[in-house]
Design a binder for this molecule. Structure first.
Ligand SMILES: O=P(O)(O)OC[C@H]1O[C@H](OP(=O)(O)OP(=O)(O)O)[C@H](O)[C@@H]1O
Ligand code: HPA
Ligand SMILES: [Mg+2]
Length: 180
């Protein structure tokens, strides 16, 4: 599996530092708000687990599973709600926790959904932001790293469902996915 990686962009230590930095900022900003931390499955699962442990404030967690890449390297353009949240978001202060913002479609879809359901506020915490990928407007309030226009895997990010368990984030060798 490690042989499929062209270059490691963020090491275990880099990721830990980012999660810690963002968790501290969130803790300061949400100290008296009892936020609902919403993990956008599946990609954000590792980041969510790390960032909430850096936030010693009252908060709840929930999960939403949305999909638009279907395992591939390009967005299908359609965001599908695979599994909904189990909590009521009415009046809550929501923090959407993402692994990456690329075209922005996933985020735009989720923000519309949460606004429609009456969330009091919505902010976005993403480990990675790929601004060069944007197709629709989407902005994060808390960003770990701004990344280049490459297809990345590891620490939650997948290709064909694989590589999520890598502890670091790297560029996938194009030979792995070209002509597939
Ligand atoms: O800004 P966008 O272009 O919408 O891309 C970002 C989204 O794409 C990935 O999810 P994916 O649909 O691959 O599902 P997954 O998290 O289960 O891998 C990633 O985890 C983000 O949620
Ligand atoms: O670079 C990426 N890698 C994995 N999944 C993704 N979803 C959007 N962009 C990416
Ligand atoms: Mg994916």
């Amino acid at each position: 599996m490690n042989n499929d990686i062209e270059k490691i962009l963020y090491s275990v230590d880099d990721i830990h530092e980012a999660a810690s930095r963002l968790g501290k900022q969130l803790a300061d900003d949400y100290r008296d708000k009892n936020p609902m931390m919403v993990c956008v499955l599946k990609g954000a699962v590792l980041f969510m687990a790390d960032v909430i442990r850096e936030m010693p404030v009252y908060s709840t967690i929930d999960f939403v599973d949305v999909s638009s890449y279907n395992g591939g390297t390009e967005s299908s353009g359609q965001v599908e709600l695979v599994t909904d949240l189990s909590s009521d978001v009415q009046g809550r202060d929501i923090v959407l926790v993402e692994d990456i913002i690329d075209t922005g479609r996933t985020l735009a879809y989720l923000i519309d959904l949460l606004k429609d359901r009456g969330a009091n506020s919505i902010s976005v915490c993403t480990l990675l932001d790929k601004p060069s990928g944007r197709v629709v407007e989407a902005k994060a309030d808390y960003v770990g790293f701004e990344v280049p226009n490459e297809f990345l895997v590891g620490y939650g990010l997948d290709y064909q469902g694989q590589y999520r368990n890598l502890p670091y984030i790297g560029i996938l060798k194009p030979s792995v996915y070209l002509d597939k």
